[in-house]
Write a protein that binds this ligand. Structure first.
Ligand SMILES: NC(=O)c1ccc[n+]([C@@H]2O[C@H](COP(=O)([O-])OP(=O)(O)OC[C@H]3O[C@@H](n4cnc5c(N)ncnc54)[C@H](OP(=O)(O)O)[C@@H]3O)[C@@H](O)[C@H]2O)c1
Length: 266
């Protein structure tokens, strides 16, 4: 069944794969993205998509043929009014996907809490209009079941985690807090899935990743962290988010309320 989905952070390097794949699969996409000094949001996103090449899949002929409809909006993503307006204006939107992330200018600005501010606006907007499924491209750096997660790197990170974690701690902490904020709305009926990919690359999709729910630790019966790399491509993550969100309800609901750690197999 084709969907109408809302994508936040539409120009991000992951969202461009996601949007293109979603359109190719016949879904209608409303994307929120910023314009720049040269281009409106719509012109910017359309040119980004035109330059995005999908890695062909064996089962698909006609990749890169866009069949769904794309609409681009330029709204403030950090206010609840945006989500109230969009969810009211487009009653057929059935899910929201967030691909936002700090830009180079804001990464080390400790006052800017992009994740918590945006997630708080999304949750508040849904609470005041209607709840739809929410798929959150978050980050490695959080550990545990959403609602009880803490700021930690996966257990297989070697010595340099003691350097990496303090440097990126404010960003990771913001991610953790945003996850816990999201989990609070579970009781009100919000169905969400969080994705915690490991370090992202711009390589082609390898389709050779592994994943586990909530805890990236050793000694899990169904997941061997010893065979995990530290990287995964943006394209792989985007494909998996789309795949999970379009599974039949009885298959995708096992993901609801969980955080999915994703990483390439060695
Ligand atoms: N780098 C890694 O190794 C790594 C690993 C795991 C997870 N992650 C996380 O994964 C997510 C997606 O990553 P990515 O590399 O695809 O993202 P990205 O290319 O860095 O894009 C982030 C997007 O967020 C948008 N954004 C930031 N602040 C905004 C604001 N105030 N208002 C509106 N839009 C805003 C940016 O908009 P503009 O394009 O207009 O600037 C940009 O399109 C991010 O949360 C990232 O932190 C990263």
């Amino acid at each position: 069944m084709n969907k109408h989905i809302l994508v936040i952070g539409g120009a991000s390097r992951g969202a461009r794969y996601f949007i293109k794949n979603a359109l190719n699969a016949g879904n209608n996409v409303t994307a929120v993205c910023r314009g720049n000094e040269y281009q409106s949001a719509a012109v910017r996103l359309e040119s980004i998509l035109a330059l995005t090449t999908l890695t062909p899949k064996k089962e698909l002929s006609g990749a890169n043929v866009i069949s769904g409809k794309l609409q681009v909006l330029s709204y403030n993503i950090q206010t609840a009014e945006t989500y109230i307006k969009i969810l009211t204006d487009y009653p057929d939107i059935d899910s929201i996907f967030s691909f936002i992330g700090p830009t180079r200018d804001t990464l080390f600005n400790r006052k800017i809490k992009l994740y918590t501010t945006t997630i708080s606006a999304i949750v508040e907007g849904m609470r005041k209009s209607r709840y739809v499924e929410f798929y959150y491209h978050g980050s490695v750096g959080s550990e545990g079941v959403p609602g009880e997660s803490s700021t930690k790197l996966p257990a297989h990170y070697p010595w340099y985690k003691n350097i990496l974690l303090p440097i990126l701690y404010p960003v990771f902490k913001d991610v953790t807090e945003s996850e816990n904020l999201l989990a609070k709305s579970k009781k009100d009926g919000l169905k969400f899935v969080i994705f915690r990919p490991d370090a992202l690359t711009n390589e082609k999709a390898k389709r050779n990743f592994m994943y586990t729910f909530d805890h990236a630790i050793f000694n899990k019966p169904d997941f061997n962290l010893k065979t995990a790399d530290k990287f995964i491509s943006r394209e792989d993550v985007a494909e998996e988010i789309l795949r999970i969100s379009t599974l039949p309800l009885n298959e995708r609901e096992i993901y609801f309320g969980h955080a999915v750690y994703m990483v390439d197999k060695i």
